[in-house]
Design a protein around this ligand. Sequence first.
Ligand code: CTP
Ligand code: CA
Length: 221
Amino acid sequence: WVLSPRLPRFEGKRVLVTAGPTREDLDPVRFLTNRSSGKMGIAIARAFRDAGAQVTLIHGPIQVPLPAMVEGFGVRSAAEMANAVLSRQMEQDVIVMAAAVADYRPRPSVHKLKKESFDGRLHLERTTDILATLGSRKPDHQILVGFAAETGSVLEHAARKIARKNLDFIFANDVSAEGLGFAGDRNRLIALNRGGVQHDLGTRDKERLGHDLVRYLASQL
Ligand code: CTP
Ligand code: CA
């Protein structure tokens, strides 16, 4: 089947989208992060805005300009993103977690690590899984959407995440493909619903995929 060419209407709906990487401080001058640019999440926020929704965009440190008419809120670490998202969960109709949230964080040192006294080992602890926490307390009316950035058995991993995190939909993307995924302007998304039905949105620029993601969700509701 094909998606309707018209953008569905989300007037009166509140949508929260996350975008970009997180930064986990090692010391006052160093941090751990990832290659996410935030472009996919920003495109999704813009598409929901175009569909008439009231959109909040919680984003990590990104270089890409934010869309107009979207309420932006910048955070740094996974812990800050967790606070920002979880405190806003209950008023949202749709939540899309497109951010690349760190899975582990160091215990930051107040002083700059000195090479003579550092033994070269980093001790990392797990961060809160924001999406799994959202899934565990999801109100009935809320649509919860995750992303699965994978290499290898992309759909198998994505199917496991949809069940484990109690999601309604997950969008799998293969981040090992050349020029696609994390940093570029193009991506390939495969949608998966709870029933295990797949829909390939194709390989396209992220702006187009943002609109197609909104069309796909509307077609499934
Ligand atoms: N996610 C999250 N909080 C985290 C880590 C991930 O909310 N601490 C969200 C991401 O925003 C994404 C989904 O969970 O929507 C899947 O992220 P991904 O990194 O693909 O999966 P993980 O569950 O972290 O598992 P792994 O990294 O081991 O594949
Ligand atoms: Ca992860």
